[in-house]
Ligand binder design. Structure first.
Ligand code: FES
Length: 123
């Protein structure tokens, strides 16, 4: 088995799938290695991420990391969420096969982009 149980759980039963119509920020990234795409939508109140949803057109690892980053981000302040690194997401999933590590880059990047989008709109 290439993926551990936690990764399989988030892949087969992803949390927070979908979009947010009146999102406070949207972050979209593409993976240059494979061409897969991920979009993250956030709701923010008093600088806290109250909701995060994602849409991912990608492999199992990309879906599992998107799902995980939504769980890691909800309830955090924007500042804390900006500190979530690509490695943090993979670590929280108990690791990914080395060949799949590039897939885990999308999730943290898309979340950061959504937060940056929100901050730009607020100015
Ligand atoms: Fe494209 Fe994993 S193969 S994100």
């Amino acid at each position: 088995m290439m993926y551990n149980e936690k990764v399989m759980d988030h892949f087969t039963n992803p949390r927070n799938v979908g979009d947010i119509e009146d999102a406070d920020g949207v972050g979209e990234v593409g993976n240059p290695t494979c061409g897969d795409m991920m979009t993250i939508y956030i709701k923010v109140k008093d600088d806290i991420l109250t909701n995060i949803k994602f849409k991912t057109f990608g492999c199992g690892a990309a879906i599992a990391t998107s799902s995980m980053v939504t769980e890691m981000g909800i309830g955090k302040t924007l500042e804390e969420a900006l500190k979530i690194t690509r490695d943090d997401v993979a670590d929280e999933l108990g690791g990914l096969p080395p060949i799949k590590l590039h897939c885990s880059n999308l999730a943290a990047d898309a979340l950061h982009k959504a937060i940056e989008d929100h901050m730009r709109k607020k100015q």
